[in-house]
Design a protein around this ligand. Structure first.
Ligand code: NAD
Ligand code: GLY
Length: 366
């Protein structure tokens, strides 16, 4: 075990007996004494992928010494977040002889974390799992809050369960190997938290945009901690998304349409969210809910972080609107979107007129 030289931040997700810590900072994977205590039994299955395991599995292996453990590696990519691979993960648990006190360890980005968490939720009707997120997106979003699941041919994330982890180990050193586009896509999720519910954090992001772009450890750890603290608060108040948690989807209806229009090859999810948030801000402004100055600040911050702010060339308004009509949030055929009242104040708005959405899409594709 090595001790990190930079102190880790701890955010607690306060869910009574199911509460858990999110540890954030450099060197945490190697700080095995800290996270090993979260493993209760004698068996562990590490689920990772073929990109991440060669980089970081040895650090995790050190902490598992003395346990009966094995690893199950996915091929890299969203296409492998499938039921078939959950079946393989469960077979690996069976092979291990995993009992009810076994633990699944998810080492990787959101794809690995979602599939590993769902596998843990299924084995013997639910065993422990620990998230070890290695992308910025998974550190600030998917590893926290207990949404787990897989894709079906019919659509993304259609199958899943709420199953909270026992701990989240966000070792910021792992971000050093993350490709630039993936890193920036994670920054969009950081901006999203501030835009929805924390105006002070938004100011702070404006002041630290250059440091964040350069992946400076101090500001990066602070940004992750603030976003996680914000999300943890939402999850504690509305764990199963009966209301407030839906606000975390600011920009998603537009963003998902953009991702789908590009057949998931043109935009990463975070890039779609960045453009989508801006379109949601423009729509809010058009509906008289927010000021042009707020839209401009959002645009400037996204651009300063190196994120796209324009709809990619070749995407037309009509097909984008058609894709938005398929969104799960819609009710009785009317569009239901997360809009905002300026920086730090989002709300769910039903019955949004298609003419207003079209006007915003047309202006953005002109
Ligand atoms: P990802 O898991 O596909 O990771 C992105 C890429 O980075 C992959 O190629 C991966 O192999 C690689 N990678 C991961 N860590 C690395 C590292 N440290 N160094 C080098 N390469 C590394 O994508 P993601 O953006 O982390 O997650 C997206 C997934 O998360 C989607 O499936 C989405 O549905 C899900 N998600 C879930 C929630 C939730 O609440 N459960 C929230 C948001 C997103
Ligand atoms: N990513 C949205 C949520 O966790 O609810």
């Amino acid at each position: 075990m090595t001790t990190p030289t930079f102190p880790a931040r701890t955010i607690d997700v306060a869910l009574g007996q199911r509460s858990y810590p999110v540890w954030i900072g450099p060197g945490l994977l190697a700080d095995t004494a800290r996270w090993r205590a979260a493993l209760r039994g004698r068996h562990a299955l590490v689920i990772s992928n073929t990109t991440v395991a060669p980089l970081y599995l040895d650090r995790v292996a050190e902490g598992l010494a003395g346990l009966r453990w094995s690893s199950f590696l996915l091929e890299d990519g969203e296409a492998h977040k499938t039921f078939a691979n959950v079946g393989r993960a469960l077979d690996a648990l069976a092979q291990l002889g995993a009992t009810r006190d076994a633990c699944v360890v998810a080492l990787g980005g959101g794809v690995v974390g979602d599939l590993a968490g769902f596998s843990a939720a299924c084995w013997m009707r639910g065993i422990d799992f620990i998230q070890m997120p290695t992308t910025l997106l998974s550190m600030v979003d998917s590893s926290v809050g207990g949404k787990t699941g897989v894709n079906l041919p019919a659509g993304k994330n259609l199958v899943g369960a709420f199953h909270q982890p026992r701990a989240v180990v966000a070792d910021t050193d792992t971000l050093a190997s993350l490709p630039e586009r993936e890193y920036r896509a994670g920054l969009a999720e950081v901006v999203k938290g501030a835009a929805i519910g924390d105006a002070t954090f938004f100011d702070w992001l404006e002041q630290h945009a250059d440091a964040l772009k350069a992946r400076e450890t101090g500001p990066l750890t602070e940004a992750i901690a603030r976003k996680v603290a914000y999300k943890a608060g939402v999850v504690v108040r509305d764990e199963t998304e009966q209301g407030e948690r839906a606000l975390l989807n600011l920009g998603h209806t537009f963003g998902h349409a953009l991702e789908t229009a590009g057949q998931y090859r043109v935009l990463l999810h975070g890039e779609g969210v960045a453009i989508g948030m801006l379109l949601a801000a423009q729509l809010s402004e058009r509906l008289g809910m927010s000021e042009a100055a707020d839209t401009a600040r959002l645009q400037r911050l996204l651009a300063a972080l190196g994120l796209p702010t324009a709809i990619p060339a070749g995407m037309a308004p009509e097909p984008l609107l058609a894709l938005m009509r398929l969104d799960k949030k819609n009710l009785a055929g009317a569009l239901r979107l997360i809009l905002w009242r300026g920086i730090g104040r989002a709300e769910i708005v039903g019955g949004v007129g298609e003419a207003d959405v079209m006007a915003v899409l047309e202006a953005a594709t002109r």
